[in-house]
Design a protein around this ligand. Structure first.
Ligand SMILES: Nc1ncnc2c1ncn2[C@@H]1O[C@H](COP(=O)(O)OP(=O)(O)OP(=O)(O)O)[C@@H](O)[C@H]1O
Length: 255
């Protein structure tokens, strides 16, 4: 009997001793972490800490210098297509082609992902992300908030079990950002997926993430519940803790 990897592990993502080196720059320095089912994990850290490099390795866009990445137990170095078919991604710096309509974009990505019953899936996503009125609008003329909703709809097309979100609410107004957070929360509550979320907005991280990882100079310095972690390290807020780590990572060891 074939055991579906989905049922064989409670982790949607397992990263072990992951490294990425560029010449003399160690962008990611031996990090290990997991993302569980129905869990939202925040990947935090100052500019240049290694967040995007980590995400790009998990997406298979960058090859690790060493270490391993498993998605639902499947090693992406060995069974890349199978592992990545369970993953999707949204980021403000990766907008969809602006000369195609919302519908055309969803259709093309759906074909690339080989989504079954694609027309039905697109209709459901247009409804879920309040995009029905924009189905024939070119993505390039949509507002930032509308484009983010299309990017998220695209990211949900293949019903991913691992969703990577790189600053999904950057440049959104507070009401739209809250709406997006609610939709991501619904995704983790309803389906069997997990989310790796990067953001520089500590208020948002505290509200949405079940667990956070603090990266600094390519290493994980801290890990824990964003609501309790600041007090554990003598800080009053996640933002204060973030600033301490960004400015003076070694100071934490003295707390
Ligand atoms: N292609 C590359 N060649 C050389 N160095 C690189 C390359 N890509 C990233 N780096 C370096 O690796 C480090 C980590 O970069 P990365 O983009 O992962 O950081 P980040 O945490 O995502 O930062 P930000 O919050 O600014 O987006 C940085 O020092 C960066 O300069």
């Amino acid at each position: 009997m074939i055991v579906e990897p989905k049922t064989a592990t409670s982790k949607v993502l397992s990263v072990s001793q992951l490294c990425k080196v560029y010449g003399t720059t160690v962008a990611v320095d031996g990090i290990s972490f997991e993302v569980g089912r129905n869990e939202i994990v925040g990947l935090l850290g100052p500019n240049g800490a290694g967040k995007t490099t980590t995400i790009n390795m998990i997406l298979g866009v960058l090859e690790p210098s060493s270490g391993s990445i498993r998605i639902e137990g499947i090693d992406i170095a060995k069974q890349r297509t199978q592992a990545l078919s369970r993953t999707n991604f949204a980021a403000v710096y990766a907008p969809l082609p602006g000369n195609l309509t919302v519908y055309q974009n969803l259709r093309i990505f759906g074909l690339i992902y080989a989504v079954k019953k694609l027309s039905d899936r697109i209709e459901a996503l247009l409804k879920q992300f309040d995009l029905e009125a924009f189905r024939n609008t070119k993505c390039g003329v949509l507002s930032s908030g509308e484009q983010t909703r299309v990017c998220l709809a695209k990211a949900m097309l293949n019903q991913p079990h691992l969703l990577l979100l790189d600053e999904p609410t950057a440049s959104l107004d507070p009401a739209t950002a809250r709406d997006i957070r609610t939709k991501i929360r619904e995704f983790t509550a309803r389906d069997c997926g997990g989310v790796l979320w990067t953001s520089h907005n500590m208020y948002e991280v505290e509200e949405v993430c079940d667990r956070v990882l603090f990266l600094s100079h390519g290493k994980i310095l801290l890990e824990g519940n964003p609501k309790t972690l600041p007090a554990e390290h003598g800080k009053t807020s996640l933002e204060e803790l973030f600033i301490t780590i960004a400015r003076e990572p070694l100071a934490l060891e003295r707390v």
